[in-house]
Design a protein around this ligand. Structure first.
Ligand SMILES: [Zn+2]
Length: 272
């Protein structure tokens, strides 16, 4: 089989993980900028992280013949210090022309605060100004439904946002349909003990259809599984879905979205 990992925080993973992903059929990995587990103290800390995402990590992945792409932003959790957030926003443009940068992400909301909304708006304006794809993180648990509505309202109100160039990630059963109905792409995140599981993800595909949806593992520094995407193929096959269905959801869908950025290229020959 062949698949894309469209949302993996590879700086947190080992080389064994790269090897296992390639062995399972991974053809490209895309890494959104993420919270480090602690708040970075300065814009210089973000500059180093952006260099890691655009220089060091693609080189590490290349040793496993895996194309590595990245998305840049600061995480919603780091929006409360508006001064620092704006310093970081100001340095993003100098990285946007790097050969592996696909767009702005993962932006969004965490606790749905006023400052998070303000910095989300500024990220969206930056993306529109530079004609970038957008990857949006939606909040956890009890904040998810309200946060998703706030994000959709903000995106719809912003002139210049084209929904087909925006993916709203971490959707769940109660948010996926409104994301799709508004014309956006939806990402389903497979986590061992939160967000979605493989059976829940396949349920959603069966209910909502397979158009404009991708699956990802988000594999980060917390409890997560970098092989969650290929493992979900087993759940699809168990339910009688065809190999074409598996390939459409795990490979062709993410390629269709990501290839809207001309820098994204992938070996397209069918799986052997
Ligand atoms: Zn993430």
């Amino acid at each position: 089989m062949r698949y894309i990992e469209p949302h993996g925080h590879m700086v947190s993973r080992t080389t064994d993980d790269y090897q296992a992903m390639v062995t399972a059929g991974c053809r490209a990995v895309c890494e959104p900028a993420f919270w480090a587990g602690f708040d970075r103290g300065s814009a210089a800390g973000f500059r180093d992280y952006f260099r890691q995402l655009t220089e060091y990590e693609p080189a590490r992945a290349a040793k496993f013949l895996l194309p590595h792409y990245s998305w840049l932003c600061l995480n919603p959790k780091e929006s409360e210090d508006l001064g620092l957030a704006r310093e970081v926003l100001a340095l993003i443009p100098e990285f946007l022309d790097r050969p592996n940068v696909l767009g702005i992400g993962e932006i969004g909301l965490n606790r749905n605060t006023r400052n998070e909304l303000r910095i989300l708006e500024e990220h969206v304006a930056l993306a529109v100004r530079h004609d970038q794809l957008i990857l949006v993180h939606t909040p956890h648990l009890e904040d998810k439904l309200k946060g998703t509505r706030l994000i959709l309202d903000l995106l719809r109100a912003h002139p210049g946002v084209r929904p087909g160039r925006v993916i709203i990630d971490h959707v769940e059963e109660h948010t996926i349909q409104q994301v799709l109905d508004a014309g956006f792409w939806a990402g389903i995140t497979l986590y061992p003990d939160s967000k979605s599981s493989p059976p829940r993800a396949v349920d959603m595909l069966e209910i909502c259809g397979r158009e404009r949806i991708w699956l990802n593992s988000a594999c980060d520094w917390g409890v997560s599984d970098p092989l969650a995407v290929p493992k979900t193929a087993l759940e699809m096959r168990r339910r009688g879905h065809s190999e074409d269905f598996v390939d459409a959801v795990l490979f062709r869908n993410p390629v269709r979205f990501l290839a809207q950025c001309p820098k994204f290229t992938v070996r397209a020959e069918p799986a052997g």
